[in-house]
Design a protein around this ligand. Structure first.
Ligand SMILES: NCCC[C@H](NC(=O)CCC(=O)O)C(=O)O
Length: 435
């Protein structure tokens, strides 16, 4: 049975804006209050999806969520018509309104954790939607993400869905951004790397070890194929709020910064014991500092196995613009390892909120039967991408400044866009705002 990796990118929503909501995420803090361009953001994301497809790769997407999330505002005591809710929230708590307006579901690496069927005891694909408990605006995503994953991967013969972790921050879980899988080929039994954190001196850790352990149990992974690794607080305090800012795994390759893990030698030994085939490609701090990594998102690249077997890095243009990072990428390509190609893509609108190419995608390895059982509306081809581009051009603004969130017209435009999208995708009354 042939397995393929599908990248499910987050389609960037019509309310994408810079509200500075994520403590510990330097780009989010730095760009707080800047004007965003949601139309450009979504088109950049779609262009990245198209580029991956042109490499011969399988590409899916997850739709944006309904924002502003009126259901949350209602739960917090704002009442009346939709318009009145916005007006009252702007007056009482503008920052809360911004939280309910975030388009952060675009970063689908945080949608959940996925275990492909070759790895699980029951031979099914397991999904756990992330609770994203560390940040209020992101915690709102979990219920709809769960619904979305069940909608797309419905067939119980192939797919198992676990609810988001209970207990909020006690089991803080940020999904696949702190998870990687090493394997000889996508269809072989893989070794799962779970990276968790402990609070640094400056910034809090989002991923709890006990949450990673619970996900591994729920997914029926073999203990001999799981490794739990502590992230270094140096990386966390430098701005690596998710481990995928400092490392990425694909196939046999683990590509990372030498300061990613708390105890590097112990981590590498544990990885090599369970995945003896692993090839670790490390950036020394002397070549690329943590600061360079976090500014350029060098390791927030998509590391992709191309149909011919070689690997390509899909990087943000910020990495090409940093001399030291570009030199390290060029040196990596010239060495004897599977990484032979690089593609730089402009995802600047997302980058300015701390989300690079890898943040924008959830990897789902599927057999041909499993892929056929998934809802095909969400698996892309050229015509479907064009339809989404047209939808974006019809419904999105090209500018949102902080004050625009107070304008009820933005809410109405966003809900109209969601209605058109659910019509396009045959989703029925999917979103809270439609129920
Ligand atoms: N994997 C990348 C996630 C980026 C995301 N940024 C944000 O939510 C910023 C939103 C804002 O500040 O408006 C986060 O920090 O979780």
């Amino acid at each position: 049975m042939t397995h393929h990796e599908y990248n499910f990118d987050g389609l960037i929503g019509p309310t994408h804006n810079y509200a500075g909501l994520s403590f510990g995420n330097i780009a989010s803090a730095t760009n707080k209050g800047a004007a965003s361009n949601p139309r450009e953001a979504a088109l950049q994301g779609l262009a990245k999806m198209r580029a991956a497809m042109e490499l011969g790769l399988k590409q899916g997407f997850l739709p944006p969520q309904d924002r502003p999330h009126l259901k949350t505002l209602r739960a917090l005591g704002f009442s009346g018509t939709d318009k009145q809710i916005i007006e009252k929230a702007v007056k009482a708590e503008p920052q809360l309104l911004a939280n309910c307006y975030a388009a952060s579901s675009m970063w689908t690496a945080n949608a959940g954790t996925v275990a492909p069927s070759p790895d699980t005891a029951d031979g099914k694909v397991h999904f756990t939607a992330a609770n994203l408990a560390a940040n209020f605006h992101r915690s709102i995503e979990a219920v709809t993400t769960s619904r979305m994953l069940k909608h797309i991967f419905k067939d119980e013969k192939f797919f198992v869905h676990h609810p988001p972790m209970p207990g909020a921050m006690h089991f803080g879980d940020e999904g696949a951004a702190n998870h990687g899988r090493l394997c000889e080929s996508h269809g072989d039994k893989g070794v799962h790397l779970f990276v968790y954190g402990e609070d640094g001196e400056k910034f809090p850790a989002r991923q709890k070890k006990r949450a990673s352990e619970a996900v591994a149990r729920n997914h029926l992974l073999d203990e001999s194929h799981t490794v739990f690794i502590k992230q270094s607080t140096t990386a966390l305090d430098a701005g690596a709020f998710h481990n995928d800012v400092v490392g990425v795994a694909n196939g046999t390759v683990l590509f990372l910064h030498e300061q990613s893990f708390a105890d590097v030698q112990a981590a590498y030994a544990a990885i090599r014991e369970k995945a003896p085939f692993a090839e670790i490609i490390e950036a020394p701090a002397s070549a690329v500092s943590l600061e360079d990594c976090i500014k350029s998102y060098l390791f927030n690249s998509q590391l992709l196995t191309l149909p011919g077997g070689e690997m390509a890095l899909l990087l943000p243009t910020e990495a090409e613009e940093n001399e030291r990072v570009k030199a390290f990428v060029d040196a990596t390509l010239s060495k004897n390892n599977p990484i032979n190609r690089v593609i730089y893509k402009n995802v600047r609108e997302s980058m300015r909120n701390g989300g690079g190419p890898a943040c924008l995608r959830l990897r789902v390895v599927l057999s041909e039967d499993e892929a056929a059982a998934a809802d095909q509306h969400f698996i892309l081809d050229d015509a479907k991408i064009t339809a989404l581009e047209n939808w974006v051009r019809t419904h999105y603004r090209d500018r949102i400044a902080p004050d625009d969130l107070a304008d009820p017209a933005l809410m109405e435009e966003s809900f109209a866009a969601m209605q058109a999208l659910t019509d396009l995708l045959g989703m029925g009354a999917f979103y809270d705002v439609q129920r």
